[in-house]
Ligand binder design. Structure first.
Ligand SMILES: [Zn+2]
Ligand SMILES: [Zn+2]
Length: 222
């Protein structure tokens, strides 16, 4: 199914980015989004010249094995994700989940695990955007989502403004994982990846609980 017919079928009118009467994103705005090029580090999805592993990952291998990100985290994807998170534009979540499902490049995992939010954040926001995105991804791929197999134990201070090392320290011991992941390939789903330290901390906790492999599937890479 092409994107236009998919959107016409599933979503009510009104594009979030222009005046078009198709929502949550019209086909023209969807095509214009900052889709990421192929030239990326296979481990962390930072730009590299020939898809080789980047310097950061060579120096210190993260606990996850690969990352696929759909978009660059810039205008207007940043606005869309903010609208999803803070303005309850929940129709965006199934759209983003479908786009992830349609564009999968890496080996498929045994389960999808959305990035857990701390209960305080869920109370504040009312939902976890990663769960909403992963729900559609799971429906489209037929791979189960297990949102409760990892929990966020600490309400870590905001990562904004912290340097790479400080972010890593900030995240230590933030997650707890169920041992049901033992022997499985876990696909973490999240909306935004910045330095990757939160994903690294979750992946490390999953590996500690016995996961065979952890990969990341991300909507937007900062
Ligand atoms: Zn539009
Ligand atoms: Zn890398």
């Amino acid at each position: 199914m092409n994107i236009r017919s998919f959107i016409e079928q599933h979503f009510p009118p009104c594009c979030l980015l222009c005046e078009a009467a198709e929502g949550p994103l019209c086909p023209a705005c969807l095509v214009d989004l900052p889709w990421l090029a192929e030239q990326r580090c296979p481990v962390c999805a930072l730009p590299t010249s020939g898809r080789e592993t980047c310097g950061h990952c060579l120096k210190e291998r993260p606990a996850f094995s690969s990352t696929q990100a759909l978009f660059a985290y810039g205008f207007p994807v940043d606005r869309l994700i903010q609208q999803l998170k803070y303005k309850e534009q929940l129709a965006l979540a199934p759209l983003l989940g479908s786009l992830l499902a349609q564009n999968l490049e890496n080996e498929l995992p045994d389960l999808w695990l959305p990035m857990p939010l701390h209960p305080n954040r869920i109370k504040e926001r009312g939902f976890n955007q990663a769960v909403e995105i992963a729900r559609e991804l799971s429906a489209k791929t037929g791979i189960p989502m297990h949102a409760s197999w990892a929990t966020r134990e600490r309400d870590t201070p905001s990562q904004a403004g912290l340097k790479r090392e400080a972010r890593r320290k900030n995240m230590r011991g933030a997650f707890k994982c169920d041992h049901k992941v033992a022997g499985l390939h876990v696909g973490i789903v999240d909306d935004v990846m910045t330095t990757g330290s939160t994903l690294d901390a979750l992946a490390a906790a999953l590996k500690h609980a016995g996961a065979k492999e952890v990969s990341c599937l991300i909507v937007a890479r900062a």
